[in-house]
Design a binder for this molecule. Structure first.
Ligand code: FES
Ligand SMILES: [Fe+2]
Length: 389
């Protein structure tokens, strides 16, 4: 039985079962710390799309768990790197901006400079240091960096499954998303959820909630004469294994051509929702930042790209019809409610569990699209990851 008083050797199976999740999983600092160690320090974590650093010298700052990193394409040679965003002298972050272009990274504190491969190439008053120590102070790089059709992931673990092994049954869906060539060319929009990072992931493949949470925008769409939101009712909820979840809609989700008709979550903190790449960053047990990146496709006209941005704003913008409701009901109000721990501290995710079918590939398929199969996918892998200490 889940307890609020976690012992040092707590067992993840006491906090998540096949059909329920303890409130502690969204609240407790000890659980959050183990997630950082066992998931974000080990798994493949998405850092960005190659098109975000298309130009030689381009960089993007991001995070792996709570660790700031720089995703960079070297000016000379064009090699992709993921560096820890930390000067080897006394620790200042080298880049503060979200994106930029550099030949060298020069630290603003005392002026140490690193080239595009991370090598320390400039130290003011260098003669006062021991030369052999300076030689060892290149930028620290993520030990493993790999790209899948332009989607770049890094792992802070030296060993482990390859990126393709980890992506597993999510690969055909990533193939579909990237089939026409993806360009992430409109920057990022971001918001704080005021809740644990896993709640935004759950919500991304939860098709049980639109009928209530989003009833206002359904009505507005209908008033506009747009019946396309019929898709909210029919399709499939799948557990693809390795923590990846899928909502596959029977009908296209919007009028934009060449777009996939599914929502996909890639463990641990990446999602593909319609025209958008979504990254969910843990910040603390009870807060997270959600980054949204509209996706363009190669060869689209400016007008088509404008349409993509309008679709994106319509659903996900600060005045959009989906995100504000989700942030309020699926995240911050869940976080509020989870403070009520007297009596029953479980959240229930058993919808459709007894009707699930497992196919020959081990993919679990719910009986209805509103089943919580894709949500349970996240927690199957979560338990597996956290059991290994
Ligand atoms: S901390 Fe970067 S040069 Fe001193
Ligand atoms: Fe929603």
């Amino acid at each position: 039985m889940a307890s609020r008083d976690l012992s040092a050797d707590w067992d993840p199976d006491d906090f998540v079962t096949d059909d329920r999740i303890s409130g502690a999983v969204y609240r407790e600092p000890l659980i959050f710390e183990r997630e950082l160690r066992s998931i974000f320090d080990r798994y493949w974590v998405y850092v960005g799309h190659e098109s975000e650093v298309a130009k030689p010298g381009g960089y993007k700052t991001t995070w792996i768990g709570l660790q700031p990193v720089i995703f960079h394409r070297a000016k000379h040679g064009g090699q992709l790197h993921v560096f820890m965003n930390r000067c080897r002298h006394r620790g200042t972050t080298l880049c503060r901006e979200g994106t930029g272009e550099v030949t060298n990274f020069t630290c603003p504190y005392h002026g140490w400079a690193y080239d595009g491969s991370g090598k320390l190439v400039g130290v003011p008053l260098k003669e006062d240091y021991d030369a052999s120590t300076l030689e060892q102070l290149s930028l620290v790089e993520a030990p493993r960096v790999a790209s899948y059709h332009g989607l770049v992931f890094a792992s802070l673990a030296q060993d482990g499954p390859s990126l393709e092994e980890h992506l597993g049954h999510a690969k055909p869906y990533l193939d579909a998303i990237t089939e026409y060539g993806v360009i992430v060319g409109a920057g990022r929009q971001q918001y704080e959820s005021g809740a644990n990072w896993k709640l935004q992931l759950e919500n991304s493949v939860d098709n049980y909630h639109p009928r209530t949470t989003h009833r206002v925008f359904k009505k507005l769409f209908r008033d506009r004469g747009d019946e396309s939101l019929g898709y909210l009712q029919t399709g499939d909820s799948l557990d693809l294994g390795n923590g990846h979840g899928l909502l596959a809609f029977d009908e296209p989700t919007n009028a934009v051509s060449k777009r996939h008709n599914f929502n996909l979550t890639v463990f641990p903190n990446l999602a593909f929702i319609g025209v958008q790449i979504r990254v969910i960053r843990p910040v603390s047990p009870r807060n997270s930042v959600v980054e949204l990146y509209p996706m363009f496709l190669e060869g689209e006209s400016d007008e088509e790209r404008g349409d993509i941005l309008r679709v994106h704003e319509d659903m996900f913008g600060p005045a959009g019809f989906a995100t504000p409701d989700d942030v309020d009901l699926a995240m911050s109000r869940v976080d509020d409610g989870l403070s009520a721990v007297a009596g029953d501290d479980w959240a229930y995710v058993g919808k459709g569990l007894t009707k699930e079918v497992i196919d020959a590939n081990g993919i679990r398929r719910g009986a209805s699209m509103s089943d919580e199969t894709a949500v349970r996918a996240l927690y199957r892998e979560w338990r597996r990851a956290l059991r290994v200490e």
